[in-house]
Write a protein that binds this ligand. Structure first.
Ligand code: DAH
Length: 340
């Protein structure tokens, strides 16, 4: 009889139903009125008195374990309603999965890079935590010169040599230091300036920098390249004008204006009734910069330019507040990704 009890206990433990209905069948087969356990109880009546105590305990244990096991198995099916035995309630309303979208800064950046890639530029990258050499000194910012005040810099832990880059022009330097001309790169990236946050400025924003160095590169090449970019980015009707300006790393330097994308140049609130919008800085790379980066200024010339991604996105899409790009409100963000 001990053997029969042990055998039944083993089968109780090993029972693995595939569907919930099998559990009830199992319960009836073991615990039901005509079940195996009932039969064992009948047999128990006939055992000799000296074995009764030991066998009685065993049968009781078997019975409670069998009941426990049935309950456990039933509960496990309740916890997995979508089991293969059930496809759930087909009349329930469906759920909507929200699909993400690319951030407008990424969308605009990719569009800018694609235009330059069509012109033969490759994309270069560099660190956001930089040293003074790559952000200022190699770019012809003399020490203690007021030019350094042009950009309010975040320095790292009282080390005046380590800082958050204030412009992507630092990637120009890194590229020139490691590559021989001809060089034709665009450098997108995040930059930091210690500025108060308002609808038109932020302590963090994005730029795209460009650099072209070869023999006989001229200012006419610079103007033509920028004109091509502007027409691709803002549309065929856009026209540009160059105004003389100053940057330590270019000579001559210029500021690029594009005809107002909203009024087409007639004058409106956005262009402050001038008909023009300022979009980038540019110029011929200063020979001092070429020399600092190990490129022979007698043999090579080049041009560079740099622009803000947020600013271009605001002009292109008529966004009036720069802070919207950093607030992560999906109602704003998902308006820009045409891939949706
Ligand atoms: N680095 C400048 C800035 O952050 C932008 C710029 C101007 C970049 C002229 C250039 C350039 O490469 O040639 O304001």
């Amino acid at each position: 009889m001990t053997e029969k009890i042990n055998d039944l206990l083993r089968r109780v433990e090993e029972f693995k139903p595939k569907a919930e209905a099998e559990i009830e069948e199992f319960r009836i087969r073991i615990l039901g009125k005509k079940g195996e356990l009932t039969a064992l109880m009948e047999e128990f009546k006939t055992v000799s008195p000296e074995l009764k105590r030991e066998l009685g305990q065993k049968i009781n244990k078997l019975k409670s374990r069998a009941m426990e096991r049935v309950n456990e198995l039933k509960a496990s099916f309740k916890n997995t309603p979508a089991s293969s035995s059930s496809i759930g309630d087909m009349t329930r309303p469906g759920t909507n999965d929200t699909i993400g979208s690319r951030h407008p800064i990424a969308v605009v950046k990719n569009e800018m890079l694609a235009i330059f890639e069509r012109m033969g530029y490759t994309v270069a990258d560099g660190p956001e935590v930089e040293d003074d050499w790559h952000v200022f000194s190699a770019l012809n910012f003399p020490p203690e010169h007021p030019a350094r005040d042009m950009q309010d810099t975040f320095f790292i832990q009282r080390s005046p040599d380590i800082l958050l880059r204030t412009h992507t022009s630092s990637i120009q330097v890194r590229t020139m230091e490691t590559h021989k001309p001809p060089i034709r790169v665009v450098c997108p990236g995040r930059v930091y300036r210690n500025e108060s946050i308002s609808y038109r400025s932020h302590c963090m924003f994005h730029q795209v920098e460009g650099l072209y160095i070869d023999e006989n590169v001229s200012f006419a090449d610079l103007k033509q390249s920028i004109e091509y970019f502007v027409k691709e980015f803002f549309g065929e009707d856009a026209v540009i004008r160059l105004r003389p300006s100053y940057f330590p790393f270019t000579e001559p330097s210029a500021e690029v204006d594009v005809s107002c994308v909203l009024c087409g140049g007639k004058g409106c609130q956005v262009c402050k009734h001038t008909g023009w919008l300022e979009i980038m800085g540019c110029g011929m790379v200063d020979p001092n910069v070429l020399e600092s980066c190990g490129i022979d200024p007698k043999k090579y010339t080049g041009f560079a330019f740099g622009m803000g991604i947020e600013r271009s996105a605001m002009l292109k899409y008529g966004v009036k507040d720069l802070r919207l790009f950093f607030e992560n409100d999906v109602r704003f963000l998902n308006q820009f990704d045409s891939a949706l």
